[in-house]
Design a protein around this ligand. Structure first.
Ligand SMILES: [Zn+2]
Length: 306
């Protein structure tokens, strides 16, 4: 029922002098809804402000909603807030936000954000779930963390590790440089970075837990071709786990061949002229069948360190 109709209903009831209890109950409900809404984090400040002004205004908004257990670090375009001590928050900001972002800009992304990106780091599931619900109304959230495009915000349980943060950071930054990035490529590049080494100028994906999923699919002959992966319009559908594993290791294969940056640029600048698969095969030397078989052969040689 709309608030207007509800108000009219209440006025009618009051005038008749009836159903007083019902009125109280309804008022309580209204107050609870109002209270929940007042906890919500407002939209990020407008991009008409300078980046420094946006960051300052965002910190103010966050201070108004979060409690006294939170610390803040500003590293434009990022505003990072976390319920931990300040040195710890600074460490996470440096190693899981600032350094990886610098490496991503150096290696891949030409256009940088013109809007503040909010990073919320929570020290445990309880606090993560509580604040995801209070600030955004997000209930059923992923175990590790997530990125929400509507407010350019990363929400993380940082106790689960920094890998997911760098995965989501890739999503948060790629949208400014490659707004129409296909799902398989976006998730492939982001998941490559969930296990990585971060240098001053480069970010290098390393083997991680998705490898056994890929190798199992290869061994049972259930892995689809790379062509099918690139044509799948629902990356998150029935083949989601294999899709992530295949896309991640395809990116790692490009990294090993020294063509990942070229692949990124060609994908971004293609402008719909070629299919994703045509771009891929060209970057890998032009022979589709060879790419399909060599990728499988290479993937089978990989061994996850214990
Ligand atoms: Zn992702």
């Amino acid at each position: 029922m709309s608030t207007r109709r509800l108000m009219i209903g209440i006025l009618v009831v009051c005038n008749l002098g009836l159903y007083t209890c019902n009125y109280i109950k309804t008022k309580k409900e209204r107050d609870t809804i109002q209270e929940r809404k007042s906890m919500r984090l407002p939209d990020a400040p407008p991009k008409t402000l300078t980046m420094e002004e946006q960051c300052g205004a965002r910190v103010k908004q966050l201070r108004g909603k979060l409690d006294g257990s939170f610390q803040f670090v500003v590293a434009p375009p990022f505003v990072v807030a976390g319920d931990m001590d300040h040195p710890q928050l600074e460490k996470h900001t440096l190693w899981s936000v600032v350094k990886p972002a610098k490496a991503l800009w150096t290696s891949y992304f030409k256009r940088r954000p013109d809007q503040v990106i909010t990073v919320l780091l929570f020290s445990g599931q309880k606090s993560y779930r509580k604040w995801a619900s209070a600030l955004f109304g997000h209930k059923d959230v992923s175990y590790f963390g997530y990125y929400t495009d509507e407010n350019r915000t990363l929400v993380m349980d940082i106790n689960t590790g920094g890998g997911t943060l760098i995965h989501e950071l890739t999503h948060a930054l790629i949208v400014y440089d490659f707004p129409n990035v296909p799902q398989w490529f976006n998730e492939g590049l982001a998941s490559l970075h969930e296990g990585c080494r971060v240098g001053e100028k480069e970010i290098v994906g390393v083997l991680n837990w998705r490898l056994p999923i890929l190798q199992k699919a290869i061994a049972s002959k259930k892995l689809r071709s790379i062509k099918e992966l690139t044509l799948d319009e629902d990356f998150y559908g029935a083949h989601v786990d294999e899709n992530y594993a295949q896309a991640r290791y395809l990116m790692m294969y490009a990294q090993k061949k020294g063509v990942l940056a070229t692949l990124y640029r060609n994908m971004r600048d293609n402008g719909g002229k070629l299919s994703d698969y045509q771009v891929l095969t060209r970057v890998f030397g032009g022979k589709a069948e060879q790419l399909e078989s060599e990728f499988i052969e290479w993937a089978q040689t990989l061994v996850l360190p214990r």
